[in-house]
Design a protein around this ligand. Structure first.
Ligand code: PHE
Length: 341
């Protein structure tokens, strides 16, 4: 076969092979054709020496033309393969930005915290500081210092969870009255929000864990009418400007006199309904003038200083104001419930 025929054959066969090659074969193919040492083009050109002087340049330029042509085909094929890879990737990784996204339900402030914030805001506006205290208490702070000695029958009002010797989960926030007065000279004006624990049987209005907000104000010349004015204003801030309060006589060992604070029913406007059990009134907290024994116990002179204290259940207030019938709903964390407020 003449060199020209060999070149023509190489051209035909290589064209075929390049067209069929995948990206993994293409480089081998390039070497197979163009390698100086054992490429098929070099092999053909080795025969150039045997040609006559006038044939040589003709064949030489044809060989060059085949070389350029095949190199062009290879890089063209290379581009083609790269484009195909890119195209496949684009196809497989396409994001349809018009598809609906994943809906994230926004969170809500729990109804208890909403009530708590409202209570805190009201008293902050009256100049009260907000403080917190320990949930594990000693018998002394939970009872003794509040004028509830050991074996006093009123201890039954607070059925407590006792821990090891002398310690218990606080059954109300009143122990903080003592802590605060021990640490600060009068005047004192604080509220104490916090968790309390009682061994009550669980039902629709009792849970072993609940929240109270304690209030304490001690100064010179503090009277029962200051207490009435303060809680009257609180009731109106919480449940509307038309609300009235009523103070029924009650008993707590650490206040004297003591009262049960009632607000006229904000569900039926005092006419009588299921919520107020047809009485027209709802009890919202316990309160009273701080007992002189409690003042004396923390080193305050009861002849110089007087004060009032009050304690309310946050669950109760939240339930009353939102018409929630079962306290357990507040602790279950069921989002179908929480979402409603
Ligand atoms: N600590 C009382 C209770 O848990 C409430 C209270 C607080 C009463 C302050 C009077 C004064 O029942």
């Amino acid at each position: 076969m003449s060199i020209i025929e060999q070149l023509a054959q190489l051209r035909r066969e290589a064209e075929e092979e390049i067209r069929a090659a995948g990206s993994d074969k293409l480089n081998d193919l390039r070497l197979k054709i163009f390698s100086r040492k054992n490429g098929s083009l070099s092999a053909i050109l080795r025969g150039l020496g045997g040609l006559s002087a006038e044939e040589r340049p003709k064949v030489g330029s044809m060989a060059n033309e085949v070389k350029v042509h095949l190199e062009g085909l290879i890089s063209e094929r290379m581009q083609q393969l790269k484009a195909a890879v890119m195209e496949a990737r684009l196809q497989s990784e396409t994001i349809d930005v018009t598809m609906p996204g994943h809906w994230q339900k926004p969170g809500r402030i729990h109804i208890l915290n909403q009530a708590l914030e409202h209570i805190k805001d009201t008293f902050k506006g009256l100049g009260y500081a907000v403080v917190q205290g320990p949930e594990v208490e000693t018998d002394y702070y939970n009872f003794e210092a509040l004028n509830i000695p050991a074996n006093h029958p009123s201890r039954e009002m607070w059925d407590s969870f006792f821990l090891r010797e002398g310690l218990l989960m606080r059954s109300h926030t009143s122990p903080m009255q003592v802590h605060i007065m021990e640490k600060h000279e009068p005047p004192v004006r604080v509220i104490v929000p916090g968790k309390c624990y009682r061994r009550d049987a669980v039902d629709s209005t009792h849970f072993w864990e609940f929240h109270q907000v304690e209030g304490l104000l001690v100064d010179k010349n503090v009277t029962f009418s200051d207490l009435k004015g303060t809680l009257d204003l609180f009731a109106r801030r919480m449940a509307g400007p038309q609300r009235k309060t009523r103070f029924n006589p009650s008993y707590f060992p650490f206040t004297e006199p003591s009262a049960e604070v009632m607000v006229d029913c904000f569900v039926c406007d005092g006419k009588g309904c299921r919520v107020c059990k047809n009485s027209g009134w709802i009890e919202i907290m316990g309160a009273g003038m701080v007992h002189p024994k409690v003042l004396k116990g923390v080193g305050y002179d009861p002849e110089v200083y007087t004060g009032f204290a009050f304690g309310m259940g946050v669950e109760r207030i939240a339930m009353l104001s939102c018409g929630i019938a079962d306290i357990r709903l507040l602790f279950e964390g069921d989002e179908r419930f929480s979402r409603q407020f």
